[in-house]
Design a protein around this ligand. Structure first.
Ligand code: AMP
Ligand code: MG
Length: 410
C-alpha cells in the first residue's frame, strides 16, 4: 500500500516520516515562573548559583560540639558542658564555638565555626544551660557539608529536562524564580465522522459519542504540546477543509482522526489527498494500519485512523515521540521491558501488533482482544504488548516486549 513500492511502510519508516515532519514544530522558547513550569521542557541549562547545601549545617536536632570535647562520652561517664548559644534554623549570626562549650542546634541551622560534630539530642539530657552527653557520635557525623549535593556553578538541570516535582524543587533550591522553557507546540485536534455526537447529547440509532478528540488532546498535553480541539466535523470535504483552514494560522501541527481508510466516505483522505501535500499510506501494524502525513498550507498534519484504539496507539507510536523529539526531550521515553505472557496469543503475519495489557511483577496479561473498537478494555490497560511482524503465535509464558503507557494517574 505504500505509494511507490506497493508495500506497507514499516512502523520505523512511518515514525521517521512523522518525526521529520514535526521536527521544526516547536515554536521557540519563553520564560515562565517556576511555579507554573510543571511538565515543561527546559530550554536552558540551569546552573547552581549557590552550592547545595548552601552552608554546612546540622542534620539533627542536638548540640554542635568539638569532637575533642565529647568523643569520650558514654552512659557510664557522661560529659557535662555549658550550652553557650542556641541555634535555631534561620539564625544568620552564628557565634563561633569556644573549646569546652556546646551550642544547642536544630536541624538545618548553620554549624558554628570550631564545631566538627553534632551530638543528637537523643544522646543527651536535653539541657539548655548545661547538657549531659551520655553517648558520643562518630567523629564528623550528623553534618551536611556545603556543596556535597551540588557544587556552586555546576549544572543543576540540563536543557531538555522535563520539569517534574523534584526538578522544580531543585530549580527553586538553587534560587531560580523563573526558567526558560520550550514553547508548547500548538496542536489542533479535529475528529471527523457523520456518526459523531457530543458526549452529553442523546444518541439516535447509528450515532456514537465522540471520544477521540478528548483522547488525543489529553495525549498531546501529556507529550508536552498545547492542544486545541476543534468541534468535530461530519464526513463532508468542504466542511472539513473550511474548518481546518479557519484555524491553521494559529497552529504548529494538525492531528485528525478518522476518514483515512478504504471506505467510500473517507473525508480526510478525500480532502487532503487532493491537495497533493499529504501522503496516505498503509503501515505494517495493527491497530493503526491506515496513516497519513504531510502538510496543509505549510502546517504539518498527521492523519490518524478513527477507530478509538487505532487512534490512541497511532498517537503513542508516531506522534508522541515526534513531539517530544521536537521539544528537545532526550530519550528514552516510555519504559520498555521484557515480560512473560500470562496466556497464549496469536498475531497476524507481516504486521507489528500492539495489544493492550496489564503488567505486574514481570508478567503481562492481555486486556481484551485485538479489536480496535474496545475502548473499555483500553481504559483498563497500563501497557502495550508489542508482537513483532514475523511472530504469529506465542505460548503462555513466552517472552514479549511491553511498553508501559501509564494508568489513569499519569
Ligand atoms: P473511520 O476511521 O472514520 O472509518 O472510523 C472507524 C471507526 O471508528 C468507526 O466505527 C467510527 O465510528 C469510529 N470513530 C471514528 N472517529 C471517532 C471518534 N472521534 N470518536 C469515537 N469513535 C470514532
Ligand atoms: Mg469516519
Amino acid at each position: 500500500m505504500d505509494t511507490a513500492a506497493g508495500r506497507r511502510r514499516t512502523v520505523e519508516e512511518h515514525r521517521a516520516v512523522v518525526a521529520a515532519l514535526l521536527a521544526g514544530c516547536s515554536p521557540g522558547t519563553e520564560e515562565v515562573p517556576v511555579a507554573e513550569a510543571a511538565g515543561r521542557v527546559l530550554a536552558e541549562d540551569v546552573l547552581a548559583a549557590v552550592p547545595l547545601p548552601v552552608f554546612t549545617n546540622s542534620a539533627m536536632d542536638g548540640y554542635a560540639a568539638r569532637w575533642a570535647d565529647v568523643g569520650g562520652a558514654s552512659a557510664g561517664a557522661p560529659v557535662r558542658l555549658p550550652v553557650a548559644a542556641d541555634l535555631p534554623a534561620g539564625r544568620t549570626e552564628v557565634p563561633p564555638l569556644e573549646p569546652g562549650t556546646v551550642h544547642r542546634i536544630m536541624t538545618g541551622a548553620p554549624l558554628p565555626d570550631g564545631a566538627d560534630v553534632v551530638v543528637p539530642v537523643e544522646s543527651t539530657d536535653g539541657g539548655t544551660a548545661t547538657v549531659a552527653i551520655s553517648g558520643a557520635p562518630a567523629a564528623g557525623t550528623f553534618l551536611r557539608h556545603a556543596g556535597e549535593d551540588l557544587a556552586a556553578g555546576a549544572t543543576a538541570l540540563p536543557a531538555g529536562t522535563v520539569l517534574g516535582p523534584a526538578q522544580l524543587g531543585l530549580a527553586a533550591s538553587v534560587g531560580r524564580a523563573a526558567v526558560v522553557v520550550r514553547r508548547r507546540p500548538r496542536v489542533l485536534v479535529l475528529s471527523t465522522g457523520s456518526e459523531l455526537v457530543a458526549p452529553g447529547e442523546p444518541l439516535a440509532h447509528g450515532q456514537i459519542h465522540e471520544s477521540n478528540s478528548l483522547v488525543l488532546a489529553a495525549a498531546v498535553t501529556a507529550a508536552g504540546g498545547a492542544a486545541r480541539t476543534l468541534h468535530f466535523v461530519p464526513d463532508d470535504v468542504d466542511q472539513f477543509l473550511t474548518t481546518v483552514r479557519a484555524e491553521l494560522a494559529s497552529a504548529d501541527v494538525l492531528v485528525t482522526s478518522g476518514g483515512v481508510s478504504m471506505g467510500a466516505y473517507e473525508v480526510v483522505k478525500d480532502a487532503l489527498g487532493a491537495l497533493g501535500t499529504v501522503e496516505f499510506v498503509g503501515v505494517a501494524m495493527q491497530p493503526g494500519g491506515p496513516q497519513g502525513a504531510g502538510t496543509v498550507d505549510g502546517v504539518p498534519v498527521v492523519t490518524l485512523p478513527g477507530n478509538p484504539v487505532s487512534s490512541f496507539v497511532s498517537f503513542e507510536v508516531f506522534v508522541r515521540p515526534a513531539l517530544r523529539a521536537a521539544l528537545g526531550v532526550p530519550g528514552p521515553d516510555r519504559v520498555e521491558l521484557t515480560a512473560r505472557l500470562a496466556g497464549p496469543l496469536t498475531s497476524p503475519a507481516g504486521r507489528r501488533q500492539y495489544l493492550r495489557g496489564r503488567f505486574s511483577s514481570g508478567t503481562v496479561e492481555l486486556v481484551g482482544g485485538a479489536g480496535s473498537h474496545l475502548v473499555a478494555h483500553l481504559a483498563r490497560a497500563d501497557c502495550l504488548v508489542v508482537v513483532p511482524e514475523d511472530v504469529t503465535e506465542l505460548p503462555a509464558g513466552g517472552e514479549v516486549q511491553v511498553v508501559l503507557i501509564g494508568g489513569a494517574l499519569q
